[in-house]
Design a protein around this ligand. Structure first.
Ligand SMILES: Nc1ncnc2c1ncn2[C@@H]1O[C@H](COP(=O)(O)OP(=O)(O)OP(=O)(O)O)[C@@H](O)[C@H]1O
Length: 607
């Protein structure tokens, strides 16, 4: 029987003594400079600061009114009811009604205005962070995981929002209520105050006992939900592989293990947290009984009045709520401040520096020079990734970059788009040092065609228009035609208005390439950076891509990371990279004559 009570559904509670010891040691995440964080949040509140001050004043008024209500009831009992003095009773009851009406109105206004203030503040914070992300250099994103940044943008901001919405008023009003209630109780009867407060340590220990268990269990439950969701997503998106390898029964087994864990953690988390209101209720009733009994005895000896006992029982009831709220909100507020600090740390990151000269309307010709360029992704790297590279490409020419994997070809492209700053030497575009050319001027006239083109979750038309936002429908269609993409687009369910998913699952790899060529054509760039696809694409699409690329490259300076012999052969210049150095450069014939690395690559069919 005992065992049944302990394990009603056969599950053991999953919080061990070791777990509790560990969770005891674990500190709540705290901001290192909470004053600084609060002052920055205050700045974000901006023009609504005045309203916030009014809200705080209203909290003070409501806390006072909440104290006044029970006090008036006590007065009614002592001065009117026990003395059977009914003259003026209507007036004081009228005052009581007004107190409670004001209390409700004030609470309503507080929460209405506070929600407005917090939503506006969070809006500023979220927009500020997103704006900042657009201005940060690529190297910033290299140092961080996407998940981490997503968490800043969503969880941390959501936490601050929740705290501003509710916890802020709750904490402030709880402190006021606790201080106010204790002060009034002490004034009325110090002895009865001590008796009322004897319940507080019991509440503290009971809550501690429960929350230590529930917080661990809720964390476990969250983890179990995360694992289960991850598995469901993986199984659904990888359904073909699951079926192809006949893994259905193994997946079912794994699913039932994970699902069972969720059932167990869910059961105990809800069971323990369900105790909270019951235990609080029990202790509240105990406190009520204690005050009533002790008050009765004290009243018998004329130490207190009946009205005072009523005031105390009411205050005792009011006392537990703020105590409970403070205990619950404390960690939430601390972790929200820590979250806000993480957001502000990103906001303080140095932005991409831009050229001071305002030559935004400058039209690029496309003449490119590298002068003794040296570059490291991280300054701690032993040897530079690009070492003393110098070359010149005339406007309108095509340069093919070849070399083993890791030789530095992509890095050269990234430097050309100024995603990173060179450490030594300089890059000149049309004879202008790159750092004197506004980024927008350079990037708006440069187009990328990558191996695995990135498509956005929007229509085909919008995806192509991404290259030039003000392109007309006609320009988009013409670009698609030139890119050999028009025919397949027309066959899509909604033609140019077909919405693509982020991974472009509904079109083939080759078709994705054609779309990205169309996107580049619409942009009409002076400088083209192409990373030729290595994946095998059917011959017909391959020919279409080649043809489209040739049209795209015509009259533009193009850098191609070449994987096909045909592309290299058509290039005006070939740059052979090895270990970050430019080891050979020149046109086809010159390089073949040298009988060096390029010659070997061709004869050993490495391209
Ligand atoms: N963001 C980065 N941070 C640090 N190191 C990097 C980064 N990107 C590339 N590297 C390093 O720089 C070197 C050159 O890489 P790069 O991508 O330029 O070579 P690649 O010739 O284009 O190779 P592949 O043909 O395989 O794409 C490699 O050793 C790589 O590990």
């Amino acid at each position: 029987m005992l065992n049944f009570i302990r394990k009603p559904f056969g599950y053991e509670p999953i919080v061990t003594k070791e777990d509790l010891k560990k969770s005891n040691k674990k500190k709540v995440e705290k901001a290192s400079d909470w004053k600084g964080v609060l002052s920055r949040i205050w700045k974000l509140v901006d023009e609504q600061r005045f309203l916030l001050i009014i809200v705080l004043l209203l909290v003070v008024v409501s806390s006072a009114l909440a104290l006044l209500g029970p006090y008036l009831i006590g007065v009614i009992i002592d001065e009117y009811l026990t003395k059977s003095n009914f003259a003026g009773l209507a007036k004081i009851i009228g005052i009581l009604v007004i107190v409670y009406v004001f209390l409700s109105v004030s609470m309503y206004l507080q929460s209405y205005w506070m929600i407005g203030i917090s939503q506006q503040t969070i809006y500023r914070m979220r927009t500020g962070l997103f704006n900042k992300l657009q201005k940060l250099p690529v190297s910033f994103f290299d140092r961080r995981q996407h998940g981490e940044l997503m968490s800043r943008m969503t969880n941390d901001i959501e936490n601050v929002s929740q705290t501003l919405n509710s916890s802020f008023i709750q904490v402030f009003s709880s402190i006021l209520t606790l201080v106010g209630t204790t002060a009034v109780m002490l004034l009325l009867s110090p002895l009865l105050t001590v008796i009322t407060l004897t319940i507080v340590p019991f509440m503290y220990f009971a809550m501690r006992w429960i929350t230590r268990r529930t917080s661990k269990l809720f964390k476990e439950q969250q983890q179990a939900v995360g694992e289960l969701n991850g598995m469901i997503e993986e199984t659904i998106s990888g359904q073909r592989i699951v079926k192809a390898f006949s893994q259905e029964s193994r997946m079912l087994e794994e699913f039932s293990v994970k699902s069972d864990r969720l059932k167990r953690t869910g059961f105990w988390a809800l069971t323990y947290s369900g105790f909270i209101p019951k235990v609080m209720n029990l202790l509240n009733n105990a406190s009520f009984t204690l005050v009533a009994a002790a008050g009765g005895i004290l009243a018998y000896y004329n130490y207190v009045t009946i009205g005072e006992i009523v005031i105390f029982t009411e205050y005792a009831r009011q006392f537990t709520r703020p105590l409970n709220d403070l205990a619950n909100q404390f960690n939430t507020v601390l972790s929200a401040i820590a979250g806000a600090e993480r957001v502000f740390t990103i906001m303080d990151e140095p932005e991409e520096v831009d050229a001071a000269i305002d030559n935004k309307d400058y039209k690029l010709i496309g003449d490119v020079t590298f002068e003794n360029v040296t570059f490291r992704y991280n300054l701690e790297e032993e040897s530079p990734i690009i070492q003393h590279v110098s070359f010149h490409v005339d406007a309108g020419k095509t340069a093919a970059l070849v070399g083993a994997t890791g030789a530095g070809k992509t890095t050269i492209m990234q430097l050309l788009a100024r995603f990173y700053e060179v450490n030594d030497g300089r890059i000149l575009i049309d004879g202008i040092p790159m750092d004197q050319l506004p980024r927008h001027t350079l990037r708006s006239q440069t187009a990328f065609v990558l191996q695995d083109p990135f498509l956005f979750e929007m229509t085909v038309k919008e995806n192509i228009r991404y290259g030039k936002l003000n392109a007309t429908d006609e320009e988009v269609i013409n670009a698609a035609k030139e890119a050999n993409a028009h025919d397949f687009i027309r066959k899509l369910p909604n033609g140019y208005d077909t919405i693509l998913t982020a991974d472009g699952g509904e079109i083939s790899q080759g078709q994705k390439q054609l779309l990205s060529i169309a996107r580049a054509l619409v942009a009409d760039p002076a400088l083209l950076l192409l990373d030729e696809a290595t994946s095998s694409i059917d011959t017909v699409t391959e020919l279409k891509i080649q043809e489209a690329l040739e049209r795209l490259m015509e009259g533009r300076t193009s850098f191609v990371i070449a994987h096909r012999l045909n592309t290299v052969r058509k290039a005006d210049l070939v740059f052979v990279m090895e270990g970050g150095k430019l080891v050979e450069s020149g046109d086809q014939e010159e390089l073949l004559k040298q009988k060096g690395l390029y010659y070997n690559m061709l004869t050993n069919a490495k391209i």
